[in-house]
Ligand binder design. Structure first.
Ligand code: SAM
Length: 416
């Protein structure tokens, strides 16, 4: 969907799938700001927010007007300033900088007009609005973030491209290389790409920005047309994006426009497990808008053998949560057995190993581990190797997971 803005005209009409995207972004920013500021002793919080494909700032929605992504960034960050200081005696200082980029001058003019009407001052210092292609200014933005935050460069890049090839994956990799604490949210027209793939020179050239060599294109075509079908091709594509961008975690929201029915991804990429956990919790909160294939545990999106065109749809509802935990209870022991057979692993490592493979939140994984400990299928050790009680209620990330003294074959004591 191509949107057009002009400062003398009313904004474009929004569609349901774009609205869903805005809801996820708003919900994510709110949870991100809350989660990163739980420490009551923190004095300052710096964050750089980048909207690389910013658009004109608002949409029409029936008779009303709704905020687009640049406004959502401003509104949520300002609201967090107020919300998180409400109960504090020593105020937390928020130091934000915003970068809004769009290649279309009429779109940037519309955005500037909207910002001005709402009392935001585009001063080129705190709020920058640039009429350029994102790829032309990305390196300057990265450098400015590093200047402001030399240690980690805490930042969120929203790259709401149309299609799948406007954002080079190498550029995303550069963001992560230079700014280890960055997160990237990328719109990616996954179904359109999967449908479009053919082994012809023009298509191989068209997919060059996403670093798909001919062999990978062939693999995706075979998966798409084979028994694994779309779900398997999607999984391969998602792994490809994560690897090429050198992100550690990926969390794709599937958004299905009513008109085309072709799934778009709102893909969250990060190198930090907390960021991934905050994002997967959004899936559980905003259930039903999105469609995923698979049972939620290790069969999600066509992982491991469960490949068929009739994978069940996973909707992140209460029922799915129950099913997920029941499935985890059966599948986790076997996976864990491989991991801990040589020596114990920490809870942190366990979360890291499974994060990209299931729809589980850390709380779901932890709860499953605790249940397995209660059932004596494994032991929990503290960081010094001392056995913790089997009736333990909460895990610490530094706790270790170990095999039981008397070894039951993994999952054998469990009825399937
Ligand atoms: C889908 S719209 C953005 C909508 C906006 N994120 C929102 O939801 O409020 C995509 C925008 O990206 C802009 N655009 C397309 N290619 C671009 C590029 N290479 N660099 C920067 N902006 C670009 C278009 O002009 C358009 O305004």
């Amino acid at each position: 969907m191509i949107f057009r803005w002009h400062p003398d005209e009313s904004p474009p009409q929004i569609e349901a799938h774009s609205k869903a995207k805005l809801d996820v972004l708003r919900s994510y920013l709110r949870a991100y700001l809350d989660r990163l500021n739980v420490n009551p002793h923190r004095e300052e919080f710096k964050l750089d927010l980048v909207d690389g494909f910013a658009g004109g700032g608002t949409f029409r929605d029936g008779k009303g007007v709704v905020s687009g992504t640049p406004l959502i960034m401003l509104e949520e960050s300002e609201e967090a300033r107020e919300r998180l200081n409400r109960r504090r005696t020593n105020p937390l200082r928020f130091d934000y900088k915003y970068y809004f980029v769009d290649k279309d001058s009429a779109h940037i003019d519309h955005l500037k007009k909207i910002l001005d009407e709402r009392g935001y001052h585009v001063d080129g210092e705190r709020i920058v609005a640039v009429n350029k292609r994102f790829e032309e200014v990305a390196d300057d933005i990265i450098a400015e973030i590093r200047r402001r935050q030399p240690r980690a460069g805490r930042s969120i890049f929203l790259l709401d491209q149309t299609g799948f090839a406007q954002v080079e994956l190498e550029l995303v990799a550069r963001i992560f290389r230079k700014l280890p604490a960055a997160e990237v949210i990328l719109t990616f027209a996954a179904d359109a790409l999967i449908n479009f793939l053919e082994e012809t020179p023009s298509i191989i050239k068209a997919v060059a920005p996403i670093a798909l060599p001919q062999a990978r294109v062939r693999e995706l075509i075979e998966q798409r047309d084979g028994v694994g079908g779309r779900a398997l091709a999607q999984r391969t594509l998602c792994d490809h994006i994560r690897t090429r961008t050198s992100a550690t975690y990926d969390t794709p929201f599937f958004i299905r426009p009513r008109r085309s029915r072709r799934a778009l991804w709102f893909l969250h990429l990060s190198r930090h497990p907390t960021a991934r956990d905050v994002m997967i919790q959004r899936h559980w909160e905003i259930s039903n808008t999105f469609e995923h294939y698979g049972p939620g545990d290790f069969g999600m999106l066509g992982w491991e053998g469960l490949l068929s065109k009739t994978l069940p749809l996973f909707h992140f509802t209460g029922f799915d949560a129950e099913q997920l935990r029941a499935n985890l209870l059966n599948s986790l022991p076997e996976k864990l057995f491989c991991l801990v057979s040589e020596h114990p692993i920490t809870v942190d490592t366990m979360r890291h190993m499974f994060a990209n493979k299931t729809a589980a939140r850390f709380s779901d994984l932890d709860e499953t581990i605790l249940q397995l400990s209660r059932e004596r299928e494994l032991r929990i050790l503290d960081p010094d190797g001392k056995v913790r009680s089997h009736s333990l209620r909460r895990l610490r990330s530094s706790d270790q997971i170990a095999l039981p003294d008397t070894l039951l074959l993994p999952g054998f004591s469990r009825r399937r």
